[in-house]
Write a protein that binds this ligand. Structure first.
Ligand code: 6AU
Length: 258
């Protein structure tokens, strides 16, 4: 049972080096927090990461919402990720044919493949999307991983039934897949990681379809990594909330495995 196993034991069953590294750093730092730094200014993100870095396992960004994107911003994030030992995820939600995603991943202004340890991918186009993304990594020596968007958090999401089931199968065919973005305990493989967004201590939804559950509830539903965005970014004392979420999530994980 994946939910009863500890991260260190699971890291030995991971099929990629980056999945193993992720599970090991979660164990070492005692954190399952994935911070969604959905801010639109590069300096705001860097300032938040300077506070949060020691307490997070993954920093998740949406690079295309940043108004003053520049290479120095990426260099600063990379330095912080080495210093504080967290992985960087670009939540690009790739969703096109293999040839197009290959270009989107490695080219353009952002050159995501050069700096993002992890990316998110909609499986909607079929397995060719994974081949396309792999193709873009030909000249990249660092380890890279993919989270498939298997089940979305928003109201009325179309990621249900057969779509979800076939995504679980697709994950098993690719050594790039590190885990699933999903809302519940829908897969067994202890070598894969469940990343669950829609996490907030207080409010149950926003006005645009997002639905929230508490840290304890998502961990009991199988979340290995929990994504927290506005629960932290909109707090008056952000460091306090980072630590609060980290502690609540870690306690729930400890209770889950015991
Ligand atoms: O905590 P919030 O609601 O402020 O932010 C949630 C973050 C956002 C979303 O783009 C993302 O999580 N997200 C995802 C991811 C991680 O891929 C999938 C999903 O189903 N729902 C969701 O909110 O950055």
């Amino acid at each position: 049972d994946r939910l009863k196993m500890d991260f260190l034991s699971r890291s030995k069953l991971a099929k990629s080096q980056i999945a193993a590294k992720l599970l090991q750093l979660m164990d070492m730092k005692e954190t399952t927090l994935c911070l969604a730094a959905d801010l639109t200014k590069a300096d705001e993100i860097v300032d938040l990461v300077k506070l949060a870095g020691p307490h997070i396992a993954v920093l998740k960004i949406h690079v295309d919402i940043i108004e003053d994107f520049n290479q120095d911003f990426i260099n600063q994030l990379k330095n912080l990720s080495e210093k504080h030992k967290f992985l960087i995820m670009e939540d690009r939600k790739f969703g096109d044919i293999g040839n197009t995603v290959s270009l989107q991943y490695s080219k353009g202004v952002y050159k995501i493949a050069e700096w993002a340890d992890l990316i998110t991918v909609h499986p909607v186009a079929g397995p060719g999307i994974l081949d396309g993304l792999k193709n873009a990594l030909k000249n990249i020596t660092d380890e890279r991983g993919i989270f498939l968007i298997t089940e979305m958090s928003s109201k009325g999401a179309l990621t249900t039934g057969d779509y979800t089931k076939q995504t679980l199968t697709m994950a098993e065919t690719s050594d790039l897949v590190v885990g699933h973005v999903c809302q519940s305990n829908i897969f067994l493989n202890p070598g894969l990681v469940q990343l669950t967004p829609g996490v907030k201590i207080s409010k149950a939804s926003d006005d645009l379809g997002q639905q929230y559950n508490t840290p304890e509830a998502v961990v009991n539903s199988g979340a290995d990594l929990a994504v927290v965005g506005r629960g932290i970014t909109e707090a008056a004392d952000k460091l306090r909330e980072v630590i609060n979420y980290k502690n609540q999530l870690w306690t729930a994980y400890k209770n889950r495995i015991n």
